[in-house]
Design a protein around this ligand. Structure first.
Ligand code: G3H
Ligand code: 13P
Ligand code: ZN
Length: 323
């Protein structure tokens, strides 16, 4: 058993308490490799923001669990070296079984999500409760989910979303003992969130559902998945340099800002980072077809990613200066 405290990581409990009080959200950025981790940590140190480093099942398969553990430990040391200590959470994104969550807890994760949202309610309660009982023994925090987001949630793919039923949240939180709850209010995973015709605005998020949930579990940290905004300038850059991302659309940053001022304490962003890296890599490889040193395209990708994260932290989540 390697406890996260040995790696210098923290769980999410205090971060969410402060975020709730201060009306901002903690960034939860996914990472799969060194460059993404460097971009996340340097952006958060430069803006003095706490951060949740988020790892999906796919990321664990891609990067290797042992290397991830050392990368997270390295992230703590790297932040110090950059000149400012920030609280860093290592979080399992969309954990699908008790065993996966347990294995992460045993190898240094300080927070896990058990995503039972696609199960019938009682089974979701059962599996979430099981993970909470184990996690809390090790002071690891747990995120549950009620309501289904459309799009790909790791290997769970849902065609249509099901909004969270506010009348279930209080019972779920009470029965499971979770520390935070992801809800479905109209966001979805990936870069194609809404089918909109050119010139049309995507439908607004269901703030009425968020408000109703807040009323039923006052002061309880709520999580938004699928919160990429799919910046249209980045999409245009990808398409300009040979890409083909037609009709990519995301959640407006105004709406995310509003959610962050409410009970939403954690905002998950992955796709925007993927887009930023892809745009930078495409630009280099198109403009310099003779380039073959990975540092020459991954370096600019990392720079663009860092700038994107800084923008999110300062202008969308409001977590700058909170660490
Ligand atoms: O919610 C899904 C995240 O964007 C992670 O995606 O499973 O492809 O790593 P992934
Ligand atoms: P996006 O695909 O909108 O970035 O959502 C990421 C996410 O929710 C990870 O769990
Ligand atoms: Zn998600």
């Amino acid at each position: 058993m390697l406890h996260y405290k040995e790696l210098g990581l923290v769980n999410s409990r205090e971060l969410f308490k402060d975020a709730m009080k201060g009306q901002y959200a903690i960034p939860a950025f996914n990472f799969n490799n060194l460059e993404q981790m460097q971009a996340i940590i340097s952006a958060c140190v430069e803006t003095k923001s706490p951060v949740i480093l988020q790892v999906s099942k796919g990321a664990r398969q891609y990067a290797n669990q042992t290397l991830l553990q050392f990368l997270a430990q390295g992230a703590v040391a790297y932040a110090k070296e950059l000149g400012h200590e920030i609280p860093i959470v290592l979080h399992l994104d969309h954990g699908d079984t008790f065993e996966t969550c347990k294995s992460c807890i045993e190898t240094g994760f300080s927070s896990v999500m058990i995503d039972g949202s696609h199960f019938p309610y009682d089974e979701n309660v059962r599996i979430t409760r099981e993970v909470v009982e184990y996690a809390h023994k090790h002071d690891v925090t747990v995120e549950g989910e009620l309501g289904v987001l459309a799009g790909i949630e790791d290997e769970v793919s849902a065609e249509h979303s099901t909004y969270t039923k506010p009348e279930e949240v209080e019972d779920f939180v009470k029965k499971t003992g979770v520390d935070s709850l992801a809800i479905s209010i109209g966001t979805s995973h990936g870069a194609f969130k809404f089918k909109v015709k050119p010139g049309e605005l995507p439908p607004p998020l269901r703030f009425d559902i968020l408000e109703e949930c807040e009323k039923r579990i006052p002061g309880f940290p709520i999580v938004l998945h699928g919160a990429s905004s799919v910046p249209q300038d980045i999409v245009a850059e990808i398409n300009k340099y040979g890409g083909n991302l037609e009709n990519a659309a995301g959640v407006s940053e105004d709406q995310l800002r509003r959610a962050a001022q409410m009970a939403v304490c954690k905002i998950n962003i992955d796709s925007d980072g993927r887009l930023a890296m892809t745009a930078a890599v495409r630009k280099v490889l198109t403009e310099k077809p003779a380039e073959f040193d990975p540092r020459k395209y991954l370096g600019p990708a990392r720079d663009k990613l860092r700038e994107l994260y800084k923008h999110k932290i300062i202008n969308v989540l409001g977590s700058a200066g909170k660490a």
